[in-house]
Design a protein around this ligand. Structure first.
Ligand code: KIV
Length: 263
């Protein structure tokens, strides 16, 4: 999969499947699957570091996760999130942030919102950096949005999102994440664009879907948003495996002869 395949998949009505990943081991496991695209999301701040939102993601953090994922899944198309405000200071600072992520192994960067980003996106695209857009419930705007709320529910906010989607396509984005918007709005936006849309909490009519790895596998047991489907319950074998290890250590069953070095 490369940037051009995103267009081809939309043209041939083939769904695009993206999943987040933040570390080498999971990336290697994903490299053995048919997933189309890996997102090193700034959700790393929450999922991997335990922060309460994505505002704590930093460029060094995103560079480290991007590099680890790229070492584990060099056969996959990797999109890396530009962290909060890293693309809002000046063009030079923003371009350097994109450079850091691309040199860490990203094939593209993703940034949130359209207002004030169009010029930068055009410049990055003209400079050889594929850019994925992100509209709707953009988590970096959590304070501006007054919480994690479904977006585009009123006529005027739906119209704004449609206009912003077109502006991002015109600026050169190769794909667009739509997060937590009504499914009919997602359908309208998807039909109005030539670039594919990748939905999360945006219904079935987008060109593809993205979910957080730990949610897909049922490793995150603390909170499950409405739009998440757990496709496995790995927290159960995880607990069983760790408890079996503890039990074996405590009762002296591990290590055995074959686990020891002999003279
Ligand atoms: O950071 C992230 O995980 C994301 C997805 C939820 C789209 O941006």
């Amino acid at each position: 999969m490369n940037r051009l395949d995103f267009h081809l998949k939309k043209a041939s009505n083939e769904k695009i499947c993206m999943i987040t990943c933040y570390d080498y081991t999971s990336a290697f496991l994903l490299s053995q699957t048919e997933v189309d695209c890996i997102l090193v999301g700034d959700s790393a701040a929450m999922v991997m570091h335990g922060f309460k939102d994505t505002l704590s993601a930093t460029l060094p953090m995103m560079r480290m996760h991007t590099a680890a994922v790229s070492r584990g899944a060099s056969n996959k198309f990797i999109v890396s999130d530009m962290p909060f405000l890293s693309y809002r200071k000046s063009q030079t600072v923003s371009v350097n942030a994109a450079l850091t992520l691309m040199q860490a192994g990203a094939n593209a960067v993703k940034l949130e919102g359209a207002l004030g980003n169009v010029k930068l996106i055009r410049h990055l695209v003209e400079s050889g950096v594929p850019v994925m857009g992100h509209l709707g419930l953009t988590p970096q705007f959590v304070h501006q949005l007054g919480g994690y709320k479904v977006q585009g529910k009123t006529d005027s906010s739906a119209k704004q999102l449609q206009e912003q989607a077109l502006a991002l396509e015109e600026a050169g984005c190769f794909a667009l994440v739509l997060e937590c918007i009504p499914k009919l709005l997602a359908k309208t936006i998807t039909q109005s664009l030539t670039i594919p849309t990748i939905g999360i909490g945006a219904g079935p009519h987008t060109s593809g879907q993205v979910l957080v790895y730990q949610d897909v596998l049922g490793l995150n047991v603390q909170f499950t948003p409405k739009f998440v489907k757990k496709f496995a319950s790995l927290h159960i074998p995880h607990g069983q495996g760790v408890n079996a290890y503890i039990q074996a250590v405590k009762c002296g069953e591990f290590p055995q002869h074959e686990h020891c070095y002999h003279d």
